[in-house]
Design a binder for this molecule. Sequence first.
Ligand SMILES: [Cu+2]
Length: 154
Amino acid sequence: MKMIQKSLLSLITAGIMVTPCLAQDAVEFELTADKALFAYDKKELTAKAGQVIKITFNNPADSTNMQPHNIVIGKAGKLQELIAAANDPANFARPEFLQNPIPETDLILHNSKLLKPGESETIEFTLDEPGDYPYVCTYIGHAMLMNGILKVIE
Ligand SMILES: [Cu+2]
């Protein structure tokens, strides 16, 4: 009897341990750059706070504008500030900016590398606080048009 009680207890304990993980199943998104315009194919994504978020970003092989693109996730509510950081002329003082156009700002939480047409990359992260997290392409001149919002809800 004591054995049964003990194994029941460990089952219950295991259940308690497992439940939060199940509640935070990963969510996966596929995001593709427009082949002609400076735009992502989705302007809004929704995920839950604390959830593993996977975004696979594609720069299509049949791109007609042949532009490189990236995806940069910024702090919640900071879309305009992130666009301004991407457009900051001070960026061009850094020779590496053309290869990896990540502005020097603490507004950036996560980013892909710069992708040529035909390339893709999956980035994975979690955001613990609800909010409207902007995503933008920080390649020169794109941020104003090429952006969206990752909505993180409770
Ligand atoms: Cu772009």
